[in-house]
Design a protein around this ligand. Sequence first.
Ligand SMILES: C[S@@+](CC[C@H](N)C(=O)[O-])C[C@H]1O[C@@H](n2cnc3c(N)ncnc32)[C@H](O)[C@@H]1O
Length: 452
Amino acid sequence: MQQGERPPSRVRRQQASSLLDWLVRWQGATPTSLKVERRFAGEGLGWCLVATADIEPEEVILSVPLTAAITSEGVDEGRWSTHMAAELLRRQAAAAAAAAAEAGGVAAAMSAAPWLDALPAHVDLPWLYWSDAELAELQDEDTLAEAQHMRGVLETACEELAGSFSRQQVAWTLSLVHSRSFAQAGRHVWVPGIDMANHTLAPNATIRCLQSPGSCQGAAALDEVCPPDTAAAAAAEPSRFELVAGEQGIAAGQEVTISYGSWPSDVFLLFFGFVPADNPHDSAVLFYDLFDLQTFKARLAAPADDWEPDWPAVEAAVQQLEAQLGPGEQYIRMVATANGLDSRLLQAAQALLAVGRGSPDGRTPLSVPQFVALRCRQLLAAYPTSIADDEALLRQLESGGSAAAAAAAAAAAASAAGGDEQLRAEQLQTAVRYRLGKKRVLQATLAAMGDV
Ligand SMILES: C[S@@+](CC[C@H](N)C(=O)[O-])C[C@H]1O[C@@H](n2cnc3c(N)ncnc32)[C@H](O)[C@@H]1O
């Protein structure tokens, strides 16, 4: 499959499958009488977990032994997702073989088939399924670079699994691994059943891992303090992953949701394939590193538009700045968020401006808010489209679900961007929502700086 090639239909419209029954009956999940069921929430969200009875505050909703999960335990971090993708594909092959060998038998019933049947046919991760033209609509160099890096993960996984699995299978599995795993205690964990919980900003449930004594470093010591039978039983009890109701409990009929983390929209887009609406944790990178910071300051004092940095001078100034700031912090990707400025940015800008030659006229010292405001203005002006353009395009793309209007808007956007490649309306909509979030952070930062 090539980048941008259309994947299979977006969401598998399976029946509310027997996934939860299978977890309880064959995988040791508890409680045996569950108060949740899987329901289809719509094309955007896919499936979700819904409470079928009132759930008490802090009640365990679903507890799954890690023996049912796929993890990256003991695997080099560089290939965690390839390892987990290969494991899912292996379970898929085993389920198919068990079904063919003994329809209705125990091996078939125990196989991962109910879990596999419950998985979406497609999760639209940009680095797996978007074309270059669609990625360019994000208008963010940093995220484009990350998407290119992630494309390398696909290539490496395809090479490693070639011969056994097709490119399309590998892409599908990677999209699932990345969008359904939790990073926990230095490993990645993908837990069937709990992977059905969607994200909200105000979740009503959380997840936790109950570590079994057998998986602890001190497990061997148990033999010395317990009778051997007790120690063996403790060691045999697997660790468990649990979905637990929050402090308010959950009323019957409510969706059970968790937080995937307080991430900027980049993480949601690249790893989960969606951009949360009004994400308060979104951020905009103001400076990539101290070179970027120093070059911006030098440019402010430069008279001509065709000014080029004097690199040896910039390098010397950066070294001086590094010496001033001292070791211990990495001054990279310094961001603005809705909650204010990155403390590293404040520190670095204060140190930089302390020498007092940062102003446009080269004489008057700039304040940090003035400096940051000038940067926000510069970044906003550098985008190929304005906030007003994006808002208008988004309205068009969202207009009453009209596919024709959305397609026309996508075609117009492509030609405005100077490209002849067809953009898909859904991907363009996600990209516009993403870039609008970044621009709004910059605009809010500008306002917070006093719009100087
Ligand atoms: C862990 S799975 C959750 C179950 C999933 N909805 C399903 O159909 O199987 C994560 C995926 O659900 C979808 N999702 C979860 N929360 C979402 C949200 N707030 N908005 C849009 N999509 C969401 C995204 O496709 C994401 O990659």
